[in-house]
Design a protein around this ligand. Structure first.
Ligand code: C2E
Ligand code: CA
Ligand code: CA
Ligand code: CA
Length: 276
């Protein structure tokens, strides 16, 4: 949106970088988006590799402005994180995902674990455990069918705090997954201290799994080590049958990716389950 403000912004542009100005405008737009209820959750199915059953979904945030095309999270979450707006946005995501899980259960759909992405800011901000407990109570969703995904990098910002929060969430029955595994600097030995249920292998490793021997070796050893620690392994970004074949042969537990389905609105999950 650089330059579309015309001369009106000349005064500011002199004292502030254009990027800062863009950020300010964007921050205002994000605030209004929350007030106007412009956020949506899409859901991507997660499949049990051994049985082919859809056993869960990952909730992925979208911004649908009243006018214009839908906006992907990579285009607004970084700013939402910087400004702290990710906290109220994240509260909305959690509440919406919990309500969705309850409504699918009431509709008689097979039980689905709904996974929600958490940012580091939501972790540090305040009483995440209290918030989740309240949401589970208020929406009537099933805590053990709720999974929280947090990136390896976010965990490593403050591992002590993360361990404490994870312990409390885990006591409530909430499932915990380390997201984008392999892109950060933690070691599996270190993660042993965390009461987590699964690791999600980042898409960047899955992409070339059938051509790149290094990526193949990484995925292979992550699966073996994770299993030795009784963790489930979920592969993200599976796009074709050969990748799936590799993962199956190496005992990966679950997968998600365009090969099965892109993220879709809730109704898309319902028809996917009815047609399987
Ligand atoms: P992520 O958690 O690693 O999510 C996986 C991303 O990969 C999603 O992008 C998904 O649409 C995409 N993806 C899934 N399968 C495939 C595939 O087969 N091929 C390709 N090329 N891509 C695939 P999306 O929805 O654009 O989300 C991007 C990132 O934004 C997420 O990465 C996550 O870090 C963040 N995000 C999304 N929703 C939320 C949210 O509610 N809260 C927070 N804090 N972050 C979120
Ligand atoms: Ca994720
Ligand atoms: Ca990822
Ligand atoms: Ca990510």
């Amino acid at each position: 949106a650089k330059g579309d403000g015309g001369n009106k912004y000349q005064f500011y542009a002199n004292s502030m970088s254009l990027d800062a100005l863009d950020s300010l405008r964007m921050e205002g737009a994000l605030r209004r988006a929350l007030e106007r209820d412009e956020f949506r959750l899409y859901y991507q199915p997660q499949v049990d590799i051994a049985t082919g059953a859809v056993i869960g979904v990952e909730a992925l945030l979208r911004w649908q402005p009243q006018l214009g095309p839908m906006i992907a999270p990579d285009d607004f979450i970084p700013l939402a994180e910087q400004t702290g707006l990710i906290v109220p946005i994240g509260d909305w995501v959690l509440a919406t995902a919990c309500a969705q899980q309850k409504s699918w259960r009431d509709a008689g759909l097979p039980p689905l674990t709904v996974s929600v992405n958490l940012s580091a800011r939501q972790f540090q901000h305040r009483d995440l455990v209290g918030l989740v407990a309240r949401l589970v109570r208020d929406t009537g969703c099933d805590a053990s069918s709720l999974a929280l995904e947090i990136t390896e990098t976010a965990v490593m910002e403050n591992p002590q705090a993360a361990v404490a929060i994870f312990r409390q969430l885990s006591k409530m029955g909430v499932r915990l997954a380390i997201d984008d595994f392999g892109t950060g600097y933690s070691s599996l030995a270190y993660l042993k201290r965390f009461p987590i249920d699964s690791l999600k292998i980042d898409r960047s490793f899955v992409r070339d799994i059938t051509d790149d021997t290094d990526d193949a070796a990484i995925v292979h050893s992550v699966i073996a080590l994770a299993h030795s620690m009784k963790l489930k392994v979920v592969a993200e970004g599976v796009e074709d049958a050969r990748q799936l074949q590799f993962l199956r042969e190496h005992g990966c537990d679950q997968m998600q990716g365009y090969y099965i389905s892109k993220p879709v609105p809730p109704a898309g999950i319902e028809s996917l389950l009815q047609n399987r």
